[in-house]
Design a protein around this ligand. Structure first.
Ligand code: SF4
Ligand code: FES
Length: 373
């Protein structure tokens, strides 16, 4: 290993795969776990306690929709008692009266709320949930009234990329301190729906200009994070900050994973919390060690000056497009198959140009398993 193994700092806890929305860009796996596969309250609390012992400083409580867990207040309180920073990632739909206030009281530090569109019709259509936008506005107001700092998350794709200026206005009007303009990453359900979600190049370029101008205009007022779309990039992003480098995630059934899509790499097998401790999995799991650091890299990554900047990009994207998880991420211009990304954009655009294909999303649903195209 090229650098000493450090303790993890961040953890994403996918408390459940259940969700009232059905977004076609969801990064959850195609095979969603039902409620009876979820860890119980005490096991999550034990896991959080071990995470704190291991060095984890912040936990993102996610899903699916984490507020569907009736024990969420207890889980937040458990983390808070250990001094761990908690961020609740919610779709903000159907949260019962008084609960946001209860989360704040239990010690929640921050709330991140997703909007599928800046316009009500877009939010409702993409999430396949009538009245969703209105409920989200109400959640934002309640979060701010409870004194919680707010981030608005806007997953961007072909069907809402023109709403970016409105997303900025929406986040400002809700008193958000941060807006994430997050271009969809094609894993999980988003990979299945790639042709329907892929934006046009001109729209991507326009969006980058709008965000750059807004960032300058809103300095000191609201931070705007911009996740650039991989398919249009020259260099890949350091996915998860590098494989098993300083963060990990836990699926609803306690499977400990280096990233969202890790289970799409067939050569790896992943361990569950319980039979093994978190520390053992973080340190010894062959799957965690498979792509740690730089020793696993092949050329051109092995001798590249950016290898400790992007850590070779995304292993799951390499698997999905190059068919080899150890290959250079095809998003990188140095990848021998980088041109494949442009071809996939063209293919998506040709598919979307057929009127009957556009908006034919495969909506995310538990119990429906569809192979990616
Ligand atoms: Fe990153 Fe590898 Fe591309 Fe270099 S060759 S920029 S390390 S993905
Ligand atoms: Fe698995 Fe990027 S999603 S490494």
């Amino acid at each position: 290993m090229s650098e000493p193994l450090l303790p993890p700092i961040g953890m994403l806890a996918e408390l459940t795969h259940r969700c009232p929305l059905q977004c076609p860009y969801c990064s959850n796996p195609l095979e969603l776990l039902k409620a009876n596969r979820e860890l119980d309250t005490q096991t999550w609390l034990d896991l959080f306690s071990q995470a704190a012992d291991l060095g984890v400083l912040q936990v993102h409580l996610s899903g699916g929709e984490p507020t569907l867990r009736r024990d969420l207040e207890q889980l937040i309180a458990g983390l808070s008692a250990r001094g761990v920073y908690t961020n609740l990632i919610t779709a903000g739909v159907g949260i019962a009266e008084g609960r946001i206030e209860a989360f704040a009281e239990a010690g929640l530090d921050h709330l991140q709320l997703s909007f599928q569109g800046a316009r009500p019709a877009t939010t409702d259509r993409i999430g396949n949930h009538k009245g969703g936008h209105e409920k989200k506005l109400e959640t934002a107001r309640r979060a701010r009234a409870a004194g919680l700092p707010l981030t608005i998350n806007a997953p961007i794709h072909r069907h809402n990329i023109e709403e970016v200026p409105e997303f900025i206005d929406l986040a400002l009007s809700l008193g958000a301190e941060r807006l994430e303009i997050a271009n969809v990453q094609y894993a999980g359900w988003a990979l299945t729906n790639r042709d329907q979600l892929m934006p046009e190049r001109a729209a991507v370029d326009r969006q980058a200009e709008i965000v750059a101008a807004a960032r300058e205009r809103l300095t000191g007022i609201m931070n705007i994070d911009f996740v650039t779309p991989d398919y249009f990039a020259i260099y890949p992003k350091p996915c998860m900050g590098g494989w098993a480098r300083d963060a990990f995630m836990v699926a609803p059934d306690g499977t400990v994973l280096p990233c969202h899509a890790a289970q799409t790499i067939p050569s790896l097998s992943f361990e569950r919390f319980g039979p093994r401790s978190l520390a053992e999995i973080w340190t010894d799991s062959p799957a965690f060690n498979a792509f740690r650091g730089t020793d696993w890299m092949l050329e051109p990554c092995r001798s590249c000056e950016r290898r400790e900047i992007d850590w070779g990009g995304c292993r799951c994207q390499a698997m999905a497009i190059a068919g080899d998880a150890a290959a250079t991420d095809p998003a990188c211009a140095k990848s021998p198959i980088h041109a494949r990304m442009a071809m996939l954009i063209d293919e998506a655009q040709r598919a979307a140009a057929v009127p009957s294909n556009d908006e034919q999303f495969v909506y995310r649903r538990i119990g429906v398993v569809t192979e990616p195209a």
